[in-house]
Design a binder for this molecule. Structure first.
Ligand SMILES: [Zn+2]
Length: 165
């Protein structure tokens, strides 16, 4: 084997070992992030369940949202279904109630102050102004609506259904 060939081979081998090492490192970092995320979800779900009689969450269609590329990262990172199941079994432990709101409830585009339902609300709209003059943060407004429906369901039983569009 000529000198330059040995040199190229040696470089290749070294390169692939380094790549393998780098890959292992990436896997380890992902593992640590997953552990930290799970710890965080446990702390948060325990706190929410202990401090509240009723926890209202929206039944998001995670599978459909994950198809949406811009959302897929956020949704999988948030570990939504894992978080929901933590809330549900901890609510059982503490005698609390988790109310799951219909995913077709127009929580984002209903004004939580006057109740008017706004027009189309694409996902990139993070803030909107209602005709009544109130300016909403999309997520905060949706959370208020989800809580209101959740409390109504908890008080009146499952007969209460949010309006569908
Ligand atoms: Zn309004």
């Amino acid at each position: 084997m000529s000198g330059w060939r040995r040199h190229v081979l040696a470089r290749k081998e070294k390169g692939s070992r380094n790549r393998a090492k780098a890959r292992l490192k990436v896997v380890k970092i992902h593992g640590r992030i997953a552990d930290r995320r799970r710890d965080y979800l446990h702390t948060l779900s325990t706190r929410l369940v202990r401090e509240n009689q009723v926890v209202a969450i929206e039944d998001l269609s995670v599978r459909n949202m994950v198809k949406n590329r811009s959302l897929s990262r956020v949704i999988s990172d948030a570990g939504w279904s894992e978080f929901r199941s933590m809330l549900e079994y901890k609510a059982d432990w503490y005698g609390r109630r988790v109310v799951v709101i219909d995913r077709f409830c127009p929580s984002s585009k209903t004004c939580s102050v006057c109740g008017v339902i706004a027009g189309a609300m694409p996902l990139n709209v993070r803030e909107w102004a209602c005709r009544c003059g109130v300016v909403h943060d999309r997520d905060v407004n949706a959370a208020r609506n989800i809580l209101a429906v959740g409390l109504a369901v908890a008080a009146c039983g499952d007969g209460v259904r949010p309006p569908r569009t």
